[in-house]
Write a protein that binds this ligand. Structure first.
Ligand SMILES: O=C(O)c1cc(=O)[nH]c(=O)n1[C@@H]1O[C@H](COP(=O)(O)O)[C@@H](O)[C@H]1O
Length: 270
């Protein structure tokens, strides 16, 4: 999917919501455990109930890998279901990969070719030659960690190097990489006060912003400095939406949570 197509979807749906499909079998409605594939059954119900309120879904790969081969099968069914039924949705494999070049190429193939995702999250620690193999894929997006939502972000990312914080080096340096137009960045919603500085470096890039809901980030605060002329934000909530209820009406309850965020987004866009 191209960035222009994503922006068109945001404008059409008046939403820049990304719903995180972080499925934990201990948290889904217990009656679903009788299903042959409880993870897929849960995802399908959530997707069918919420697709009109969001523009993106982000399965976090850890939640699938944790269940071994069965988990990978559920992930494959989920991405195929999305691509077949809701091709307008921007899909994110939240895998946080990155390695030496030839290994990154294989990671990229796994998420762009075998599982047909629109984007994948990548860690920048190994530098340019670990990220460019992802950027080589046309109309695919590489979402690189810049300033993360967790407390540990302050261990390295905000440390000064040559009079500048490390996350600023990540943003600035990556702009010169081959096919940098395919880059997006992760900035945590819990770090709203940093968006002004970040927008000075990457005024037009899309930012994936996790951390509203369960982690306490604030949508309005993020939008205040995070919006770009192209909107430029995908705001993710996982637990705050998908675990709204353990009852048989869990998907409708999740849709209510998604609607609360979508209504706020529509107000911001107006
Ligand atoms: O890359 C991410 O998506 C990510 C980056 C980050 O800085 N913080 C963060 O929480 N995430 C992911 O975003 C999701 C947040 O989930 P909730 O806190 O349940 O909304 C999880 O899948 C996290 O792994």
């Amino acid at each position: 999917m191209t960035t222009q197509e994503l922006v068109a979807q945001i404008q059409k749906k008046k939403s820049f919501l990304c719903i995180g499909l972080d499925v934990d079998l201990d948290k889904i409605p217990p009656y679903l455990l009788k299903e042959e594939d409880p993870i897929f059954a849960f995802n399908k119900a959530i997707i069918d109930a919420t697709h009109h309120l969001c523009v993106s879904y982000k399965p976090n790969i850890a939640f699938y890998e944790a269940y071994g081969l069965k988990g990978w099968k559920s992930l494959e069914k989920t991405i195929n279901y999305l691509n077949e039924n809701y091709p307008e949705i921007f899909t994110i494999a939240d895998a946080k990969r990155g390695d030496i070049g030839n290994t990154s190429t294989m990671y990229a193939k796994a998420f762009f070719k075998d599982l047909v995702f629109d984007s994948v999250t990548v860690a920048p620690y190994m530098g340019k030659d670990s990220v460019e193999p992802f950027l080589a894929f046309k109309d695919k997006h590489t979402i690189m960690l810049a300033l993360t939502s967790n407390e540990g972000a302050f261990d390295f990312q905000t440390k000064q190097i040559d009079d500048k914080e490390l996350y600023k080096h990540v943003l600035e340096t990556s702009k010169s990489w081959k096919n940098a137009k395919n880059l997006m960045y992760v900035v945590g919603a819990t770090k709203a006060e940093y968006f002004k500085e970040i927008r000075k470096i990457v005024p037009d890039s899309f930012l994936l912003v996790p951390g509203v809901g369960a982690q306490g980030g604030n949508l309005q605060e993020v939008c205040k400095y995070g919006l770009s002329k192209n909107i430029g934000l995908l705001i993710n909530s996982s637990r705050g939406i998908i675990y709204a209820s353990k009852e048989p009406n869990f998907a409708e309850e999740a849709a209510k949570k998604a609607l609360e965020l979508q209504v706020q987004m529509a107000a911001v866009l107006n």
